[in-house]
Design a protein around this ligand. Structure first.
Ligand SMILES: [Zn+2]
Length: 228
C-alpha cells in the first residue's frame, strides 16, 4: 500500500510540482514549503536587533523578534498583504512562531497587540494583516489579543515612496490608547508585518509607554535592514 501511495505521490508532483514559498524553485521530495537554500537564509540573526537600524525603538522596548529579510520574503508578504492569500499568511506566521518559541520572554506576554490600520483603510483592504498574524501567535502560545485599545486616528496614504523623514512626519501622534489602565503593569507584544523605517512602530511605542510600568516587545515578519 505504501508503495502505491508513494508512486501516486511522485506522479502527482511531476504534474503539479510543489514550489518554495519564498523563491518559487521546485521543492525536493524531502523539503516542505521552503527550499533548503531559503531555509538557510531566512532566519534573521537576533544580534541584528541590537543594531543601529532599530535605535529609535530601543528606548521603549525590551526586545525585538524578526523572522526574515524583506528582500527574501517580499513575494510571500505581498501575496498575503495585498492579495489576501492566507496560505502565505499562515506559513509566514508559522515561521515567526518557530522563532518566537525560542525567546524566553514569550511566556511573560499578557497581550498581543497588532499595529492598527485606520478604519477607512481596514474597510478598503478588508483585513488587517498584522491582526491576522497576531491571532496565529495568540493561538500558538495561548495568549490574549487586544485589538481595540491601540487605535490609529489619522488616515495615511501608503507610505511607499516616501522618504525616511516624511514617514516619521506622517505618523507623528497618529496612535492613541483609549484606556491606559488596561495596560498598566502588563507585558505586551506589538506585532507588525514589515518594519521599513521603525517610524510606525516607534510611534505606537511612544503611545503605549504612557501606560504605567508597561513592558513592550516587538515581533515582525521582516525588515528591509539588509538586501541579500
Ligand atoms: Zn526557496
Amino acid at each position: 500500500m505504501d508503495v502505491i501511495i508513494s508512486i501516486f505521490k511522485s506522479l502527482f508532483y511531476t504534474f503539479f510540482p510543489r514550489k518554495c514559498l519564498f523563491c518559487d524553485s521546485i521543492l525536493a521530495e524531502n523539503e516542505t514549503k521552503i527550499c533548503s537554500r531559503c531555509q538557510k537564509l531566512y532566519p534573521y540573526p537576533d544580534s541584528y536587533a541590537k543594531e543601529e537600524f532599530f535605535a529609535p525603538l530601543l528606548p521603549y522596548i525590551s526586545d525585538i523578534c524578526v523572522m526574515g529579510w524583506y528582500s527574501q520574503t517580499k513575494k510571500a508578504i505581498k501575496e498575503f498583504k495585498f492579495n489576501e492569500n492566507l496560505n502565505y499568511g499562515r506559513q509566514l506566521a508559522r515561521l515567526l512562531n518557530e522563532k518566537l518559541a525560542r525567546q524566553e520572554w514569550i511566556n511573560d506576554i499578557d497581550y498581543i497587540i497588532p499595529v492598527p490600520l485606520h478604519k477607512r483603510k481596514l474597510r478598503k483592504r478588508g483585513f488587517n494583516q498584522s491582526e491576522y498574524i497576531s491571532k496565529l501567535i495568540a493561538k500558538r502560545f495561548d495568549k490574549k489579543i487586544m485589538v481595540d485599545n491601540l487605535v490609529r486616528l489619522v488616515y495615511n496614504k501608503d507610505q511607499h515612496g516616501s522618504s525616511q523623514e516624511e514617514r516619521y512626519e506622517n505618523v507623528r501622534g497618529i496612535f492613541n490608547v483609549k484606556n491606559h489602565s488596561l495596560l498598566e503593569n502588563k507585558t505586551v507584544l506589538l506585532v507588525d508585518d514589515v518594519i521599513t523605517t521603525c517610524s510606525t512602530v516607534s510611534e505606537c511605542c511612544k503611545e503605549l509607554v504612557k501606560s504605567e510600568n508597561i513592558k513592550i516587545y516587538i515581533a515582525c515578519l521582516a525588515t528591509d535592514r539588509q538586501i541579500i
